[in-house]
Design a protein around this ligand. Sequence first.
Ligand code: MSP
Length: 483
Amino acid sequence: MDKKFYITTPIYYVNDKPHAGHAYTTLVADVLARYHRQNGEDTFFLTGTDEHGSKIAEAAAKHNQTPQEFCDQVSGVFKTAWDKDHLGIAYDYFIRTTDPNHEQAVRDIFQKLLEAKTPANNPVLYEGEYAGLYCTGCEKFLTEKELVNGLCPDHKRAPEVLKEKNYFFRLADYLPAIEQKIVSGELQILPEHKKNEALGFIKQNVPDFSVSRSSVKWGVDLPFAPGQVAYVWIDALSNYITALGYPKNLELMAKYWPADVQLMAQDISKFHTIYWPALLMALNLPLPKTMFIHGFFTIDGQKMSKSIGNVIDPNDLVAQFGQDGTRYLLLSQFPLGQEADLQASLFKERYNNDLANGLGNLVARTANMIETYLAGKNPITKKNSLNLNNDLPDLNKFFIYEYLVAIRSLIDQANRLIDEKKPWQLVKTDLASTQEVLGQVGELIILVAEKLAPIMPAISAKITKQFTSDIIKKEEALFPRLN
Ligand code: MSP
């Protein structure tokens, strides 16, 4: 295998269990990873959990647990939601920022930063005093301008005034180079408007940022700065390289770094398009090739939030629609990257329409006719007798939604072929033609199954097995109708 593909999701905070937003990004990454594996590329798909910081410590205290116990538990809940009995996320590695290896790697990274010089020959880190308004919900300092009625607009709570001695990262020395790499496309930011947004941040001259905290206890302690821990965002961003063994073991780094695709939503784009490249440059590492920043979706027009009570648990979706049904429903709603709405109220209708009546019915009726009219003998000749055009929208260009639209039209094409040729009439007079029609339909079904493999892996494998056997039998419904 010569080509490699390294894809990452954000690592999710464990202050709460996973919801449809986390599931969405993770699913997109899973689809792309499966697609690249299917194409024979040496693929590494990383996801995990972000477990340090005051937000997590507060949540643990609320549950009367130690932070570590709490993190173990909630991280486990994420793993379960992704496992083969739930969403079926085939990651290659699940990193936790409380892994001792990661923690040590973060200390090593800080040590390197401490010794490093910027392109302008200044020390990368310097000590300074910071006073600011800190929102624990965001795990970041807010400016007065960002507050709404004195409150953090996202968390509706007043930020605390924090004053402490910290290490700062000399970001200013890196901004011109980051800008140049984004403009030249060396660091590709997609979609285009998110690239412009990143360039906009740089134009505003993002100030140097503090990379250590003395007010926070639950974090990676820094031996060179007693009493201080690593700022949770530096700890978190580092995961993308510590998961590969950086800096102690460079074997996987040499194989997979730089990342080919880093996925996230816009809430954390600034950290990834500014701070992360600066950190990598300070470590003398190449930048990721592509960052894809998708929108934050609403649920039936409303922000997903506990107070509205519309937070969707992916496990509930899997219980209702099955693994592949859920994967389909989440990915077929809107083009990736669009500011969009997840129409959860239409999930059942879409499931019945596209899956039960569409793909499920096609497979069931075809298998049934083959069994009844042809004694199950597989009629597929693989001659590509329909001259199928296999060009679907490119998953490599993130066209997952468009790809599913094209697959639906293949399913419709197969259903129309049956309706037009009416094998139930044909069989009375012309067995050879019946066999040919069912063979053509079967060929379409196999094509659909093959194309669906990255999106609906379990159903795809089932259909492929059924339609490549010598004897095709009717099996239980793939997508039972829901009332
Ligand atoms: N821990 C940080 C990320 C550190 S990465 C080095 C974090 N965690 S998070 O749990 O808040 O996850 C944020 C991510 O979850 C988003 O960037 C996105 O991938 C996903 N989403 C959460 N809610 C979402 C929506 N409503 N819509 C789409 N994606 C959503 O930030």
